[in-house]
Design a protein around this ligand. Sequence first.
Ligand code: B4P
Length: 216
Amino acid sequence: MNIKTKNTGKDNIIKHNKSILIFYSMINFLIFGPPGSGKGTQSVMLAEKFNLTHLSTGDMLRAEIAAGTELGKKMSKIMATGELVPDEVVIEMIAKKIDNSKGSAGFLFDGFPRTVAQTISLEKMLNERGMKIDSMLVLEVNHVELVKRLIARAELSGRPDDKDPAVINNRIDVYKEKTEPIIDYCGKKGIYQPVNGMGTIDDIFKRLSDYMKKLV
Ligand code: B4P
């Protein structure tokens, strides 16, 4: 959708209004939680169940790294330390994806936003398209379990940021310092929904699905 075409002719106005109408009927969720809380695991299953477009900034960044792009090379160094990549990098990635995603019931943002600045940018992007963040589902998992899950994943994925306990602890610290303040920000808007993230993958999927069913 190109919002700038609005005033350039009747056909474009109709096209623009149709796009806005499509976006208006969409419902948008954030899956939120510390590293290892199950965001990625649950998002894949939930996107399929509720016909949502799954947007994971972690997956997008790893795709850049796998493709050997200049951006990927720069970002891999940051990600290997457990720090966040610059806000503008992920905001640009998400903006491109939003307008290219058609035919779903809404968006499921996984691992994005991770700072209050990213949250404000996301709200702006959605507002410009007649949408909003409808719910923020926050997976709650204790520290011991988070480290256990990420160390276990390192065996299979070979992800450098999962291998080293010091990097895992830094990721959890970065989450507390830079990402957790979003809970307060969204809490004031009445869209914060904590969800118990302990237990089996199926149990947690049911808990999340039950909340989402009320909105979809
Ligand atoms: P992400 O890819 O988002 O990685 P993550 O926080 O580790 O979560 P993920 O979704 O992969 O793991 P999950 O909890 O599902 O980010 C990686 C890095 O990219 C960041 O550190 C940062 O550098 C960068 N980045 C990404 N987005 C960014 C942004 N917006 N801004 C700036 N930087 C950004 O699962 C973990 C493991 O637990 C899996 O092996 C899974 O199988 C297992 N598991 C899940 N649920 C379980 C359960 N119930 N029981 C047992 N195991 C379970």
